[in-house]
Structure formats: structure tokens, C-alpha cells
Design a protein. Structure first.
Length: 117
């Protein structure tokens, strides 16, 4: 919809209709226009880490850059267990990210490497 000034009464605007767009397109366009996609994609990666591993409460810090996810864990035992499962974790995380409509792979891409500290 566009707004144009009402010629009869100054200060008022009328709404003219354009072709309807699906809400999904509008949300994606808004995210792109406001330059929020990089931060949103990073948050989606962090959320996926928590969902796949169940280690969200034991994760002290997370950092994602250039396809590498760095996670600092509070338990060395948990870190050892997750280290042995890292290929399966990466596969499951990327599968979930692929299904996520808010994730934009252009901003940092999928998780290619996992570094546990």
C-alpha cells in the first residue's frame, strides 16, 4: 500500500491498494530492507545449536563467523561427548537451518565447522 496526501484536507493521507503480497515475502523484504538478516541468521544458528545438542544451559558462549561455530562449554565431560558427535551435530543443525524460512544462508552460510572449547 502507498500513502498519498489527501488533496481535500491537508495533513491527512489516503491509502491506495496495490497487488497483494504474501506475508512471508513482506517479512523477508522487511528483514532485508532493515539489514537484519545477518544478525537474525546468527541467532538462528545459536538456537539450532541449543535444539540439536540440548546443551544450551551448559553453553557459556557462542560465536559464529564464516561458517565456523565456536562454543564454550562449562563441562569438560560434555565437551568430550559432543566432540565425538560433531559430524552428526553439524548434519542435524544444517538440516534444521535448511528448513528454517528466516535463515538466510547468504549471511555466513551454513555451519561447516564446529569448535568446542
Amino acid at each position: 500500500m502507498t500513502m498519498r496526501e489527501n488533496s481535500r484536507q491537508p495533513g491527512y493521507a489516503t491509502i491506495s491498494r496495490k497487488e497483494a503480497q504474501p506475508m512471508e515475502e513482506l517479512v523477508r523484504g522487511y528483514i532485508r530492507e532493515m539489514k537484519l538478516s545477518a544478525g537474525l541468521s546468527r541467532q538462528r544458528v545459536f538456537h539450532t545449536w541449543d535444539a540439536v545438542t540440548g546443551a544450551g544451559s551448559m553453553t557459556i558462549g557462542k560465536f559464529f563467523k564464516d561458517g565456523t561455530l565456536y562454543c564454550t562449554l562449562s563441562s569438560s565431560v560434555l565437551r568430550s561427548q559432543l566432540f565425538l558427535q560433531r559430524e552428526e551435530i553439524l548434519r542435524r543443525m544444517n538440516a534444521l537451518l535448511q528448513e528454517d524460512p528466516l535463515f538466510d544462508a547468504a549471511d555466513g552460510g551454513y555451519v561447516r565447522k564446529l569448535v568446542l572449547k
